[in-house]
Design a protein around this ligand. Structure first.
Ligand code: BT5
Length: 252
């Protein structure tokens, strides 16, 4: 990882294969200091949110997780990671990358990256394992076989082959920069940049809450919640969960 800003004493695990990089760091949280990183290009049981799975054929995608002990409201972290992931994808792939609130990175209307932040406590301190999956070399056939018609990889979108090591180095740099800015109190500045990258804003959305509703996504508030304006003009701030965006992933 030459050129990385990761301090030398921070462990970097690079297993040839593991079930889930998030799971590995969580299970061994007592063994590692803050900032520890684990990544692989062969994750066999990748996890998404809400018990969903993250599907990647061996050798085709980066799965990277970082262990942090943040101060403050950790609900911001998926957006902070999305800021870093979209910048890293742009730098490596030369594609414009957008954030679909709260946790997808989108290029050419395809999901290229997903983020899963999981928290727990160790020695009475809150930790978060931030996991980022980036599709690198899957083909359209791979996605069709996995029944993922709205997924894309850097190869399928650009024809460019990027290795997991190359992507990990650039991704880590941007993740660490975003994390440092957030922890230093610059969430307002980050949010302004996130808004310019947020493909959800300005579009009709369906919020899949206990009582689903539709509206226009108009803003992100100071805590990163999605502000949705209903037809009657009332505004609701959504803090998590599923939001379908018209024009994306087949939602019409
Ligand atoms: C996510 O969940 O998008 C979070 C994915 C996080 C993966 C990383 S890899 C490193 C770390 N270790 C882990 O075990 N996980 C993290 P969610 O928003 O729930 O989206 C999951 C949905 O995305 C699935 O139900 C599929 O529809 C779709 N999907 C699955 N695999 C995909 C892929 N490779 N590319 C695009 N979409 C995919």
């Amino acid at each position: 990882m030459s050129g990385s800003t990761r301090p030398k004493e921070i462990p970097l695990l690079r297993p040839a294969q593991t079930a889930s990089t998030n799971r590995l760091l969580k299970e061994r949280v007592a063994d590692f200091p803050r900032g520890a990183v684990c990544y692989t290009d062969h994750q066999t049981a990748g996890r998404g949110r809400l018990g969903r799975s993250w599907e990647t054929p061996p050798g085709t995608a980066l799965a990277l997780s970082v262990l942090w002990y943040p101060e403050g409201d950790v609900s911001m972290l998926p957006l902070v990671c999305g800021w870093g992931a979209t910048r890293a994808i742009e730098e490596v792939a030369g594609l414009s990358a957008y954030i679909k609130w709260p946790n997808d990175s989108i290029c050419n209307n395809r999901k290229v990256c997903g983020i899963l932040c999981e928290s727990g406590t160790h020695n009475g301190r809150l930790y978060v394992v931030a996991g980022v999956g980036v599709n690198l070399t899957q083909t359209e056939e791979d996605f069709a076989r996995a029944d993922l018609p709205y997924a894309g990889s850097i190869l399928s979108l650009t024809g460019k082959r990027v290795s997991a090591d190359e992507m990990a180095e650039v991704l880590l740099t941007h993740l660490q920069e975003g994390y440092a800015r957030w922890q230093a109190g610059d969430m307002a500045g980050l949010l302004e940049e996130i808004k310019t990258r947020c493909i959800t804003l300005g579009r009709p959305v369906q919020v899949l809450a206990t009582e689903p509703f539709t509206g226009m996504a108009v803003d992100l508030d100071a805590t990163g919640r999605l502000v949705v304006e209903r037809e009657d003009g009332s505004r609701v701030a959504v803090n998590a969960g599923e939001v379908s965006v018209r024009g994306l992933y087949g939602y019409t």
